[in-house]
Design a protein around this ligand. Structure first.
Ligand code: SAM
Length: 284
């Protein structure tokens, strides 16, 4: 194989290179230059990365780096980075984001190796820009656990988080996951972004339950990101509910303590509740 000479301008170290999530034209000129210049590309699947290299007319040596061999090959890779430029790519998108790489970066930094990132496509961020949901605060959740109990527990952990939630998912599991999200989070607004940057890109938005029903009928093909709106504002306390709670508290507590308990519970004014408690005691 005729391999071009290593680009003498590239300093030794680790280069984290984001690659397209569908549309090959999304590979940045800087990412192309780095891939052309490194001594070695650590990749998930060399067949996938070979297609990308072919697209930019480059041939470079590749080494698989994935969940099954990472622990074994990592020390050798770090050693080579001391004197050579080595890139890390994943099959698509940004390495480390639901993809291998975090331990490679951690160990490279610990070894004093220079780490450079070449930012680019990421399905989570692309979906967030499509869904039209609040983008000021978001929490990336990656893939939910496949088993029902673990999935429900994970959803419950984030139910109170006041941020837009982002999940990766596959077509066959989409409807079940949307149903579990509706159950665990309440029926919030959501977006399902599919095949981003590809020919059949779409992003449907609706309530979680409506999206679950839609995709239960016809499980979609392709790659998917679910984006879920933050919880709504807590509903204003209902006066009848507060009255009922106060009446109940008065069966156990003196008026001042009952008013204090209900004020804390409903976020209401303690003095007003005390006056109401006294009126109740007087038979109002
Ligand atoms: N590192 C990648 C990134 O930066 O987005 C994510 C890798 S993760 C193994 C793959 C998942 O990302 C897919 O199962 C899907 O949920 C999402 N994904 C990747 N490409 C996508 C696309 N073009 N459209 C929608 N979702 C995509």
């Amino acid at each position: 194989m005729d391999i071009p000479r290593l680009n003498a301008n590239l300093e030794p170290g680790l280069y984290i290179v984001a690659t397209p999530i569908g549309n090959l034209s999304d590979l940045s000129p800087r990412a192309s230059a780095i891939l052309a210049g490194v001594a070695l590309i650590a990749c998930e699947d060399s067949r996938v990365t070979a297609k990308l290299l072919q697209h930019i007319g480059v041939k470079r040596p590749m080494m698989p780096y994935h969940d099954h061999n990472a622990d074994r090959v990592r020390p050798g890779l770090i050693e080579r980075m001391r004197s050579e430029a080595i890139a890390l790519v994943s099959d698509a998108g940004t390495p480390l984001i639901s993809d291998p790489g975090y331990k490679l970066v951690r160990d490279a930094r610990a070894a004093g190796v220079t780490v450079t990132t070449i930012p680019g496509p990421c399905a989570a961020i692309a979906a967030l820009t499509l869904a039209g949901l609040p983008s000021d605060r978001f929490l990336f959740m990656g893939f939910l656990p496949p088993k029902q109990k673990a999935r429900a527990d994970t959803i419950a952990e984030v139910a109170a988080v006041r941020a837009t939630l982002i999940f990766y998912e596959s077509g066959p599991r989409l409807a079940a996951t949307l149903g579990a999200l509706a159950e665990g989070l309440g029926d919030r607004e959501a977006g399902v972004a599919r095949e981003i940057s590809k020919r059949f890109e779409e992003c449907l938005t609706d309530s979680l339950s409506a999206l679950a029903a839609r995709y239960a009928e016809a499980p979609p093909k392709g790659e998917i990101v679910i984006v879920v709106a933050p919880p709504g504002e807590a509903p204003a306390p209902n006066a009848d509910d507060a009255d009922a709670a106060l009446a109940e508290a008065l069966t156990r507590l003196p008026p001042a303590k009952a008013a204090g308990e209900i004020a804390r519970k409903f976020g209401l004014d303690r003095k007003e509740l005390y006056a109401r408690a006294m009126a109740m005691k007087d038979g109002d």
